[in-house]
Design a binder for this molecule. Structure first.
Ligand SMILES: O=C(O)CCCC[C@@H]1SC[C@@H]2NC(=O)N[C@@H]21
Length: 259
């Protein structure tokens, strides 16, 4: 791992800042296939993404030059595909910790959305390269709304940005945000054994959006009232419904409010 300094900040990763890419995840994937070995934590930040990608095949649209879009590479040791949720938990904890240092009300909406109160401020897209059943490398893409003040009508009621939440009268500087965020995420990644779900699960569960708060969900097409208990060791959401502990994967349950 190489160490650099930037504006008095201690940097442990290489950071490349680009004006425009299709997607920082795709750019890093391409770099990874051409440069071997690419140092761990090498990061690509872009001011604009032409084809930003979100979770579950969605697109990630972000106002040009206003928000944080960054991807970096990790080489988690001896992690199987079955343990990938552990890595997701570590990344979300690191992002939440950084957000919590900026503004009150930061939580993680299962499985990997970042929320401030009831609005989404960002999300994570993790793409793993496999070697048999083990992870060879993971590309972690993070999108965080920093300075965006208005959102398309379809998401205006459930999206926010750091500038809106801090009621800042001027633009927040994106590069220092990126450096601090990466430092926070990498510190959490270093502090935990990614093979051991329990310590991560305990920290992650404490940050869960709407945990313990009765909330409306759709299970299949049926509206139900439930209360999130926790996320289990395999990453499934445990919700109390009519006094019963029910376990769901992402396809089986949706929040009705909050995005
Ligand atoms: O759907 C989500 O909530 C996840 C969004 C992840 C967006 C980031 S922006 C940087 C990186 N590059 C991409 O194309 N996607 C991720």
């Amino acid at each position: 791992m190489q160490n650099n300094t930037f504006s008095g900040l201690y940097l442990r990763q290489n950071l490349i800042v680009l004006e425009e890419v299709s997607s920082t995840n795709d750019y890093l994937k391409e770099l990874l296939s051409n440069i071997k070995p690419l140092p761990e934590a090498t990061a690509i930040m872009a001011n604009h993404q032409a084809c930003g990608r979100g979770q579950r095949g969605s697109t990630w649209i972000s106002q040009s030059g206003q928000n944080l879009m960054v991807s970096f590479v990790l080489y988690p040791k001896n992690i199987t595909i079955a343990q990938t949720f552990n890595l997701n938990m570590a990344i979300c904890i690191g992002i939440q910790q950084w957000l919590a240092g900026q503004v009150a009300g930061a939580t993680v909406k299962w499985p990997n959305d970042l929320y401030i109160h009831d609005r989404k401020i960002g999300g994570v897209l993790i793409e793993n390269q496999l070697s048999g059943s083990r992870i060879r490398s993971s590309i972690i893409g993070i999108g965080l709304n920093i300075n965006q003040l208005d959102f398309p009508d379809t998401i205006a009621q459930r999206a926010t940005s750091l500038r809106l939440e801090t009621a800042s009268s001027s633009e927040l500087p994106i590069l220092p945000c990126c450096l601090q965020l990466l430092e926070s995420v990498l510190s959490v990644y270093d502090a935990y054994d990614i093979r051991d779900a329990e310590p991560l699960r305990s920290a992650y569960n404490n940050l869960l959006y709407r945990r313990g708060v009765p909330s409306p969900f759709n299970v299949g097409n049926e509206p139900v009232q439930g209360t999130i208990e926790e996320v289990d060791a395999s990453g499934r959401l445990i919700v109390m419904i009519d006094g019963e502990r029910c376990s769901f994967d992402l396809k089986e349950i949706q929040f009705i409010t909050g995005g």
